[in-house]
Every structure is written in structure tokens, then in C-alpha cells.
Ligand binder design. Structure first.
Ligand SMILES: C[S@@+](CC[C@H](N)C(=O)[O-])C[C@H]1O[C@@H](n2cnc3c(N)ncnc32)[C@H](O)[C@@H]1O
Length: 355
């Protein structure tokens, strides 16, 4: 008998006494052609077998165990069998119960999902009145493990939140200033921390997250980190503030289009304003600090001097103020009336439609 041993693997070749030397040759040929790592793979499979026996020790299950183990050994490569450590075995056991043999790739993908099991929801808070949150937003806020937000959101909104709330020190989502970027980073890090702990994290943003709120940037950031983000829309101040001032942004005969712009475009600059069109209502967010400059820019683009305009300060909130102006007097009105943020400016013939 010519024998070969490597750990748990034993190969014995017999020629029934006819050619012991040939038995040696055959044994050598077999051992030289064994797959690399076979002995380690056998030990690991042995470990898996023991664990399966532990969770299903009933003698009546022996054919179930054998069937699954056979399929498993056939489906997995020797290379992957060598990777059968305790973690992989633990992930495999539920598949035995279902009598399914997953591929190694499926298993490692699932493991990755399990470690990244936190859930992120980007929620629009609306203009700041808790009763103007959508039902879906209210539900997400009350079910969250962590709510991450900034100081653009009035505190009343947080009254329905039962979990930890983290508020960035500066206002994020406004213009691209260093402070805003810092708080954006702070916010993203808090969200990641929560997600890595498997929490249900709500990232709450004023109005609608995608309108001048850097919501899209946040989604791209978390996508790169391996998280999918659910988005719950919110009522944007661009449309709710005009309603607070009783301005129908479109109105037959007065306005058949709406332009929404920011006063704080790229690097804090005003965006390019199109030529005046009498059938258009222009809504400007973040305009307070830019009222003078905006007024000049609008006049340059043929907006009439006396075209009506209105600032809605803290729209849909208890401290709401409606401040009337014209295109020519935007800067003057902001100064004299001490208009503060958050305010939305509405310009166009529709502003006076319901007066
Ligand atoms: C960074 S932008 C965010 C806009 C937000 N994503 C939205 O859809 O309303 C912030 C600007 O929204 C406007 N805003 C937010 N809440 C407001 C409110 N309650 N009343 C008037 N304007 C508001 C202001 O122009 C403010 O400067």
C-alpha cells in the first residue's frame, strides 16, 4: 500500500500485491495533481459540516444534510472553500435551512449589505410649519433613530422627533461659503456615523431638498459611500411663500411661466437673469443680501422700474411678514424695512393680481 497524507487528506493506493512500485508511481502522480490548498479546504468543510450537524442534529435529517453538503462542495471552488472562516460559515447557515447553496459572491455581497444596514432618508421639511410637513415626512421623522439637520429649520419642527437630533452649527445648503462647506461636512459625517451603526437616519432639509438645497450633492456623496438614499419631497418656499402673500405665480392673462432663481449662485454671485417677459413671475430665494445688486441687474434686463415685487419673510411661520416693493426699490425696502432671511422675493405682474 502506498500512502499519501496531508492534514485530514489521506490517499492510499493498492495494487493488490501485484506491483507495489507501480502503486508508488500512481500515488505520486495523484498527489502531484491535487489542487492547491485542498487539505485546508477539507478542514474548513469539516468545520462547516460540524456546524450544520449542530444546528440540525436530528438523525432523520441526515439525507438533507448530505444533499446540501454535496451540492455545496460541487458548487464552490477549492479557492473559495479555503475562505470558509467562522464569519462565512455563520452567513451560510441560514441558506442550509432553506436548502439553497449561494455563491461565494452572493454571500460576500450580502455580508457587505449587512455591515452597511443603516438607512438614510433625505426629507424635505417644507417652509417651517410642522403642519406643512407631508405625512410621509412626519412618519420618517417619528420613526428615525437619528435626525441630522441645520439651523435653517425652525425648532417647532423637531417637536415630533423622539430620537437624537444633531444640528450643524452653521447654516448648510446656502451659498458655497467655507462655513457652509464645513457644516455640510459635519452633517455628512454625522449621517455616516449613524449609518455605520445601522441607524435609520433622517437628513432634514428646509423646503424641498432638491431646490437650492444641495440635496443632489448629498445623494452623490452617500452613493459613493455605498448607501442608497430615499428622498421625501417637501413643499418648497419658492411656491409656498408666494401663496403666503396671496400671489398666484401663474394667473391667466398675467403670468404663464415661473422662473426660480437664487441670489447666491456660484461663488455667491447672482446667476444670469434673462430678459424681462411680461408673462413671467420671477421668484428669488436667498435674495436679501443681494437686493440692490439684483435690482440693478433686473433693470439692465428691461424689467420695468415699477414692476411689483414682494418679500415674504418667514413665510408660513408665526413671525411671517409681507413687505411690498417694486423692482427699482428692492435694496431700499430691504434696508428700511429691515428685511431678514429667510425671505423669498416674488416679482412680476401676478404679485398684484389679487389685491
Ligand atoms: C438654502 S435655500 C433652501 C430652499 C429650500 N430648499 C426650499 O425649497 O424652500 C434657503 C432659502 O429658502 C427661502 N426660504 C426658506 N424658508 C422660507 C420661509 N419660511 N419663508 C420665506 N422664504 C423661505 C429663503 O429664500 C432662504 O434664504
Amino acid at each position: 500500500m502506498s500512502e499519501y497524507r496531508d492534514g485530514p487528506l489521506q490517499i492510499a493506493v493498492s495494487t493488490n500485491g501485484q506491483g507495489p512500485k507501480l502503486a508508488n508511481i500512481v500515488r505520486k502522480h495523484i498527489s502531484e495533481n491535487l489542487p492547491n490548498g485542498i487539505s485546508e479546504a477539507i478542514s474548513k468543510v469539516g468545520n462547516l459540516r460540524q456546524k450544520i450537524r449542530k444546528i440540525d442534529s436530528d438523525y432523520k435529517s441526515s439525507s438533507k444534510r448530505m444533499k446540501w453538503m454535496t451540492k455545496f462542495c460541487e458548487d464552490w471552488s477549492i479557492e473559495n472553500l479555503q475562505k470558509l472562516d467562522d464569519n462565512v460559515i455563520e452567513a451560510l447557515l441560514p441558506y442550509y435551512e432553506k436548502q439553497i447553496v449561494p455563491s461565494f459572491e452572493t454571500l460576500s455581497l450580502n455580508k457587505e449589505c449587512q455591515t452597511k444596514k443603516g438607512q438614510l432618508i433625505l426629507v424635505g421639511a417644507g417652509p417651517g410649519d410642522p403642519s406643512l410637513l407631508t405625512h410621509k415626512a412626519t412618519k420618517a421623522l417619528s420613526n428615525a433613530d437619528l435626525v441630522v439637520s441645520d439651523r435653517l429649520i425652525p425648532l417647532e419642527i423637531f417637536s415630533i422627533v423622539k430620537c437624537e437630533i444633531r444640528l450643524a452649527s452653521a447654516k448648510s445648503g446656502t451659498q458655497k461659503s467655507t462655513k457652509s462647506d464645513e457644516s455640510q461636512e459635519e452633517i455628512q459625517n454625522w449621517c455616516l456615523e449613524g449609518l455605520e451603526k445601522g441607524k435609520s437616519v433622517v437628513r432634514l432639509k428646509i423646503g424641498d431638498p432638491f431646490l437650492f438645497g444641495r440635496g443632489g450633492e448629498e445623494i452623490s456623496f452617500f452613493k459613493k459611500k455605498g448607501y442608497n438614499v430615499q428622498v421625501i419631497p417637501g413643499i418648497s418656499s419658492a411656491l409656498s411663500a408666494p401663496m403666503a402673500a396671496n400671489v398666484p405665480v401663474t394667473h391667466r392673462g398675467l403670468s404663464d411661466q415661473v422662473l426660480i432663481i437664487t441670489g447666491q449662485g456660484t461663488q455667491g454671485r447672482l446667476p444670469q437673469v434673462p430678459q424681462y417677459h411680461e408673462m413671467r413671475t420671477t421668484v428669488v430665494l436667498m435674495a436679501v443680501g443681494k437686493a440692490n445688486e439684483l435690482s440693478k441687474e433686473l433693470l439692465k434686463n428691461n424689467y420695468p422700474n415699477d414692476l411689483p415685487a414682494v418679500f415674504v419673510e418667514n413665510g408660513n411661520r408665526p413671525n411671517e411678514r409681507i413687505i411690498r416693493s417694486t423692482v427699482a426699490t428692492l435694496g431700499e425696502v430691504v434696508e428700511k424695512q429691515h428685511v431678514i432671511a429667510p425671505s423669498t422675493l416674488i416679482i412680476g405682474r401676478a404679485v398684484n393680481a389679487l389685491l
